[in-house]
Design a protein around this ligand. Sequence first.
Ligand SMILES: [Zn+2]
Ligand SMILES: [Zn+2]
Length: 148
Amino acid sequence: MTINPACIAARHVLAGMRDRLRGDALLQLAISGCIEVERSGFPEQAMYEAASHCEGCVPCQAWAGALLDELFPERVVQRQHVARYCCQSMFDTVTCRDARVRFSFERFRNEDPCWCINGEYVFANYCPWCGTRLPCQAFEADFPPPSV
Ligand SMILES: [Zn+2]
Ligand SMILES: [Zn+2]
């Protein structure tokens, strides 16, 4: 399997910018294909070209993702948590204490499994975001840690 020379060039530029990547959220989003690359956001020509290349190149986005995982190991941990939930929205609503709608798993009268919404025992059966049937237990036994 040969790699496209344009890919090699883009990856070379990005690999040389590890330090820059660490603190530059815009660049991180651009090379993961999450946002459109705009000329004005990238003063240097080389970086602009590398970022624009990633925008349209799936293998390079995957490569950039691996580079970001290396720079930010917490991304990997976070992904492992998210993977245990039916979808990202459910993960957010269960784990974010400030979420407007909060889902939590409780045992009604210490017995019946129950999904609560905002602390009320509503016995929710399905995820409102992706439609998956909710499990009869918490998605993760010990995460999020119980509030103090
Ligand atoms: Zn590429
Ligand atoms: Zn869901």
